[in-house]
Design a protein around this ligand. Structure first.
Ligand SMILES: [Zn+2]
Length: 333
């Protein structure tokens, strides 16, 4: 196994995604662990526990997928459904900057706390799951949509890859709210959300240079096409899928053991190779300037209706809760 740098097991290894590939099994993947970043995105919203839990899952999934973008670009994950959590929106922007929000039935506020063991399928209900990839250069923006039919978020993503990209995929997402020891001068001790995840994909002849594959693995795909013709990788994939499924939630959530150790523990027989990691942090890109440019799309009559008692128009960013109070003069075109 190769690792980029030596890691010790005393410093928490948090808020990062590590891509890897399995030399002996023609598969690639990414492993993720989020602590402060997911807590910072969720923490500002004061959502009921089931909503925070589900949105944390969506953030973890979007980070796993978005981190395949290397130098620029954005990924948006969105659900629209008829369940108690009727909308999730997560933005990922290179280099690992994330924000998210949810819309939900206010009755959920009374839902009993269930030790973080919620059922994402029943929280979501029926509707659709969409991934939008904006590569940020001259390449076209792409959107793929799959139906959510009483499906978990990870089930929907696996289905998305099977259907839109013809890539066999294993996905595990874990979220918990646990007691976390604060860091001096940075974060207080207390209950906080943490998450982890594992994505493994078969590198078949299908697919392409999309969000599903690290750039580094695309070269391997051309080699894999030869072996595919020579008899296929089905056996390799079945073995890797079996090994991946042995990962336990606590292994993905524990902040201390280096993620490389977990990869080695899971896949040591497959000759696992680790690629450079991506750090994840909470960051919203809203600003007064951007808000003004969006508001200038409204007609003068529409803006007049939004003016409040103080004579200004008040806008709150749904992602981060920032307030912008704009005077009608600022919105003149
Ligand atoms: Zn914002």
């Amino acid at each position: 196994m190769q690792t980029g740098s030596k890691t010790d097991s005393c410093t928490p290894q948090d808020d990062l995604v590590i891509p890897f590939y399995l030399e002996n099994a023609n598969s690639s993947g990414r492993i993720i662990r989020l602590g402060e970043s997911v807590q910072n995105i969720i923490g500002g919203h004061n959502y009921p526990d089931p909503v925070a839990w589900l949105l944390s899952e969506a953030i973890t999934l979007a980070a796993l997928l978005g981190s395949a973008l290397k130098t620029q670009g954005k990924l948006t994950l969105q659900t629209q459904t008829d369940g108690p959590v009727n909308m999730l929106v997560v933005n990922y922007a290179v280099p690992g900057e994330m924000r998210a929000y949810a819309k939900f039935d206010p009755a959920l506020k009374d839902a009993p706390f269930s030790e973080n063991d919620y059922d994402s399928a029943s929280l979501l209900g029926n509707g659709h799951f969409a991934l939008t990839l904006d590569p940020g250069n001259d390449k076209d923006r792409r959107q793929g949509i799959v139906a959510l039919d009483n499906t978990s978020l990870s089930g929907a993503a696996e289905h998305y890859f099977e259907q839109s990209e013809q890539i066999s995929t294993f996905l595990r997402l874990s979220v918990a709210r646990i007691y976390q020891k604060g860091t001096e001068g940075k974060a207080p001790s207390g209950l906080g959300w943490r998450s982890g995840g594992l994505l493994v994909q078969k590198m078949g002849i299908g697919g392409g240079d999309d969000a599903s594959a690290p750039q580094d693995t695309i070269d391997l795909r051309s080699k894999s096409a030869v072996k595919e013709e020579e008899g296929g990788y089905e056996e390799d994939w079945n073995r890797v899928h079996f090994l991946a499924a042995t990962v336990e939630n606590h292994e993905l959530l524990d902040p201390l053991p280096p993620l490389e150790n977990l990869l080695y523990h899971l896949f040591h027989e497959e000759n696992v190779r680790v690629l450079p990691e991506t750090s994840i942090k909470a960051k919203c890109h809203c600003s007064e300037e951007r808000t003004i440019s969006v508001m200038r799309n409204f007609t003068r009559a529409e803006l007049a209706e939004m003016i409040e008692k103080d004579g200004n128009i008040s806008i709150t960013c749904e992602f981060c809760g920032s307030h912008y109070s704009l005077s009608p003069d600022q919105l003149k075109k």
